[in-house]
Design a binder for this molecule. Structure first.
Ligand SMILES: NC(=O)c1ccc[n+]([C@@H]2O[C@H](COP(=O)([O-])OP(=O)(O)OC[C@H]3O[C@@H](n4cnc5c(N)ncnc54)[C@H](OP(=O)(O)O)[C@@H]3O)[C@@H](O)[C@H]2O)c1
Length: 296
């Protein structure tokens, strides 16, 4: 299965990300049809050469490949349902975030309507769409992925297929994405601390970048501990993190910073110590996470 160059594509959902995807297709010369619930959002793309249609069925019929980028799977289903009869024989690729169960339901729905289906995730911000190093990953039928690869690479040069199970992209997106908010909150807390002293958040950046590089370097060893279940040779023991709890609380009080977001992490550390894990590697927190929360 190969596709001709500049295959026609329909993009459904023109929020920040969908607009970036459609813009990249237009820049690469793909005849691009766009549909959005709020029609005004099609205008910047029609100015770039897209064809906007108001009827979702017409949008779906306009191309053999339909890419959706709405907020959720539920929103995607809601938008596509009036075009149910039009999907047969086409390829549908969903690029929203969501739970693996959402990807599985979406696949079953699309396949019941005779469509080929892939689920994917854009692992970057809209302004990075189209760059050679931008990562997107997909899951589902490998043949469908291979058939559309030249088009998918328009969205980002680092385009990967994670496997035939259709929910793998959503699974990995959720698993990787879990790092984002805690990491950003850690940075925001640091920024609140230094700015409380009249220093700039900018002064923190090189040091935080170095710190994140250190964390990057630790991940393979931590993963190996988790995969082997051997937490006995810690570089950093759970007890070390637990011992720092009073200092963290003190620091927050001294600087007048609300650090309550740390409480659930302190609770996890305490549960680890209570389970007798204090001398084990910090990665043993995975074992704490695997246990049912006693409070639930
Ligand atoms: N932005 C990012 O940095 C980023 C990065 C990676 C992944 N993503 C993922 O990409 C997806 C889209 O994100 P975004 O930033 O483009 O969001 P956004 O700017 O908020 O746009 C949301 C889009 O979904 C449409 N929509 C929502 N509910 C709908 C419904 N019931 N029926 C029809 N259309 C509906 C909106 O239509 P209207 O215009 O009519 O409201 C709009 O086109 C999300 O799953 C997000 O997690 C985003």
């Amino acid at each position: 299965m190969t596709e001709p160059e500049a295959q026609p594509v329909t993009v459904v959902g023109l929020g920040a990300m969908g607009s970036a995807l459609a813009g990249a297709l237009l820049a690469a010369g793909h005849p691009t049809t766009v549909w959005n619930r709020t029609a005004a959002r099609t205008e910047p793309l029609t100015a770039l050469g897209a064809r906007a249609v108001g009827d979702i069925g017409e949008a779906v019929r306009a191309a053999p490949l339909v890419v959706t980028c709405l907020t959720t799977y539920d929103a995607t289903l809601e938008a596509l349902t009036p075009a149910s009869e039009d999907l047969g024989g086409r390829t549908l690729i969903t690029l929203n975030s969501g739970a693996p169960s959402g990807a599985r339901s979406m696949a079953a729905w699309a396949e019941a309507r005779g469509a080929r289906f892939l689920d994917g995730a854009v692992k970057n911000v809209p302004s990075a769409v189209g760059r050679a190093d931008t990562l997107l990953y997909y899951s589902g039928d490998r043949e469908v992925f291979d058939a559309h690869l030249p088009t998918l690479q328009v969205f980002g040069g680092d385009t990967q297929h994670l496997g035939g199970d259709v929910d793998l992209a959503a699974l990995y997106e959720s698993a990787v994405g879990g790092t984002l908010l805690p990491a950003l909150l850690g940075f925001f807390q640091g920024a609140a601390l230094v700015t409380a002293r009249g220093l700039t958040a900018e002064s923190l950046v090189p040091h935080t970048v170095k710190w994140l590089e250190m964390i990057n370097a630790l991940l393979p060893d931590l993963a190996s501990e988790i995969d082997s279940g051997n937490y006995q040779q810690p570089q950093s023991a759970l007890g070390l993190f637990h011992a720092a709890i009073p200092d963290e609380r003190q620091l927050g009080a001294e600087a007048g910073i609300d650090i309550r977001w740390l409480e659930s992490m302190h609770d996890l550390l305490q549960r680890g110590v209570d389970l007798g894990y204090g001398d084990l590697s910090i990665s043993v927190l995975v074992e704490v996470l695997r246990q049912t929360d006693p409070a639930s």
